[in-house]
Design a protein around this ligand. Sequence first.
Ligand code: ADP
Ligand code: ADP
Ligand code: MG
Length: 491
Amino acid sequence: MIKRILIANRSEIACRIIKTCKKMGIETVAVYSDIDSESLHTKLADYKYCIGGTSAKESYLNMDLIIEAAQECGADSIHPGYGFLSENPEFNKKVIESGLTFIGPNFESMALLGSKTASRELMIKNNVPVVPGLKSNSGALEDYINFANSAGYPVLIKAAAGGGGKGMRIVRQEGELEESIATAKRESMSAFGSEEVFIEKYIEEPRHIEFQVAGDKFGNYIHLFERECSLQRRHQKIIEESPSTALDDELRERMANAAINAVQSAGYDNIGTVEFLLDKNNNFYFLEVNARIQVEHPITEEVTNTDLVEMQINISNGLKLDTAKIYTQNGWAIECRIYAEDGFNNFLPSSGKILYLQTPEGDGIRYDSGIETGSNISVFYDPILAKLIAYANTREDARLKIIDALKNNVILGVRTSIPFMIKLLESDEFIKGNTYTNLIEQKYNEFTKYDDESTLHYAIAAASNINRSADSYTEPWLGLGKWEILSNFGE
Ligand code: ADP
Ligand code: ADP
Ligand code: MG
């Protein structure tokens, strides 16, 4: 049985895992880089271990060092969280080979699902619908041109090893194809160490709908319904909700069956997420399996009253899933990812010190955070600061609740995505549930228009910039740039 877990991660997800471990009476070891020595996750864990380094490569991606740390600290298992090494089958295998438990699926299934091209092939074999496309980059340019002509433009060039929205290129006409393939290959090589790309039909204004699934070591599978993650910037989610406004019971069941079929066909044995695109005619297409805990897992936890980290640990302990249990989807949950980036300036990353943090509280409000007043936000890691989740009986109540909570989430010192998310949640499109993956891109100017309502939030955004400008300008007010309008605030 698992007694001491080393968490090979940082920030909010490390803190989230510690919370469940405390509840289960399991000890935790936090690892940290040189610049993370004061990070919240190191304070919450029972033990901490410095793996040194600054960049992800030197620290949280250093497999051997992390395994060594686990052995030195007497940990019996490793939880990889999301991002970093979480979907790396080589790491998974090394952990097992060193006699530790990897809290996640077996490495064979992880390897099979890790490549978007290999998993596409597997899905085709198992009758799970995929986006029309070609196998891989083995073909010549002519194959791409022929495919694009028969499927029709736009098409999408994707990295087989892609993740986090990276390594994708939309192509709108034949003349752009050759260059886009070369760029995608280059991007994929530098981000993922692989040149393999493939071509897919670009689905217009789709919704992103994914299913939370789980399998155990005995071949049992369950699903915990869907999450809609259509609100994205740069192909990466920023607001998610469960249930989705787009599904009725019949479609939900068909997609859930396809999701279970997808993981079952790979011999998958832990919790995971099967991502789909849903087009305007309610056709759904498999995108990929995320073989790990998902950033947006809390909304599923809220509507199904389940602890997904606990489920991961139980499965890794060799416990059976309770297949007799009937899971239901109750109420509505919305999550906002609070990023250290400027929503009003094309989501430009922001770094600095958190000078002040006020976290929202209240019935149905959950704040999964990796920060506190005094935390340093560096440019070296993902800019996620926290996740705000609101739960209520109805979608409208959850929407109003999360807007209110966002307004009470004061973060000074870095720019955040909060003011932008308030505008998005107040838009007609969100209210009506008319969401699709390129909505933010299409209506960006509308969502970022100045009005009185959001004055306070502009003020907070501006105030947070004063800190940064104080370092880089002799006259701090100069650093306010376009926020100078605030000199009239309150008059
Ligand atoms: P989810 O699929 O759980 O919603 P994301 O796709 O946003 O999550 O990715 C989760 C986190 O992991 C993000 O911080 C993202 O930047 C990072 N990430 C995901 N996949 C990769 C990858 N292959 N390489 C690097 N970072 C990744
Ligand atoms: P990642 O591994 O980076 O998460 P995914 O394949 O899951 O990559 O796609 C991420 C997002 O990119 C989707 O949610 C969607 O917005 C967009 N996307 C991916 N494939 C397509 C496609 N064929 N057509 C339209 N949008 C797509
Ligand atoms: Mg994805």
